[in-house]
Design a protein around this ligand. Sequence first.
Ligand code: C5P
Length: 293
Amino acid sequence: MSLQTATSARVELARAKVNLALHITGRRSDGYHLLDSLVAFPQIGDRIAVEPADKQELRLEGPFARDLDGPTEHNLVLKAVSGFAARAGITLPPVRLTLTKRLPVASGIGGGSSDAATTLRLLEDFTGTYLSEDTMHALALSLGADVPVCLYPEAQRMSGIGDELAPGPVLPNCGIVLVNPKVGVSTPEVFAALSHRDNDALPLVPEKFESLSQLTAYLSSCRNDLQGPAESLCPEISAVLAALQEDTRIEFSRMSGSGATCFGLCDQKHAMDVERSLRAEHPNWWIASGPLA
Ligand code: C5P
C-alpha cells in the first residue's frame, strides 16, 4: 500500500490520566483486577512529536527522560509504532519521534499509557490511515490495560480491567494540582497488597457536576481502594496527602491510580499559587497544576 504521509511535524500533549475515584470490584482468574473508576485528563502531560526522518528514531527529552527504564526498544511509544504498522497493514516510512517526558514515570497518572495512546492517534493523522474503533481499542489494550482510556482524553468512567469505557460526567471548571514525592511505586505490588478485592462499584455518577463543591461532595462518597496499600508501601504518599489537606485552598485531595501521585482540586484561580507554595515547602517533590478538563 502506498502512503501519502505528512511532510511536517505533528505534536500533541499526552495528558496525564487522573483517577478521581477508583473502586476495585473483583479479580479475574488471570490475576487482573476489575475496577470501576472515574477518570479525568487535565491539561498537564508529556509532549510527543512525530516527523519525517532518514531513519526511525526515538528521542527522549525532558526532566524525566532518564527515568524511563530499560532499552529504548521496550518503550511503549515504539511498541505503539510497530503495533500500528502491523494492524494498519502498512510499512511506515522512517519517522523521528520525540518524547518530552514531563510526567514522573510509574506514578499512577498513566504517563506511559498516555504516551502510547497519543502516539497511535498521531500516527493516524501522520499517515492518513485510520483504524476502526474496534481495531484501535484492541491494539491499545494489547499495550496495557490503561491505554484504551487514554485514546479519548476526556472524562470517562472505566470498568472491566480498565478496558470497558463509557462517557464520564461533565466536569466543572476548576483547577487541579498534581503532587508526586518522586518515589516510584510498583503497580503489581500495590495490587498484591490489597486486602479486599470485592468492593462496591461507584455510586450513581451524575451526568454533570455544576460546581466544584458538587464534584467534591460526590467524590467524598467514593474511594481509591489502592490508596491504603500504596501508603503502606510508600509512606511519602501520606506526607503528600497531608500537605494537600493542610492547604485551605484545596477542596479535595486523593491519590491517583496505584500512586504515588496525588491530586488536589481547587478553584482555578488558586491552582498556580498552591503549586508555588507547595514547591517552596517541598522543593524535591514534582508539582504541576492546570485546568481539570
Ligand atoms: O496493563 P498494565 O501494564 O498497565 O498493568 C500493570 C500491572 O498492574 C499488571 O501486570 C497487573 O499486575 C496490574 N493490574 C491489575 N489489574 C488491572 C490493571 C493492572 O492487576 N486492571
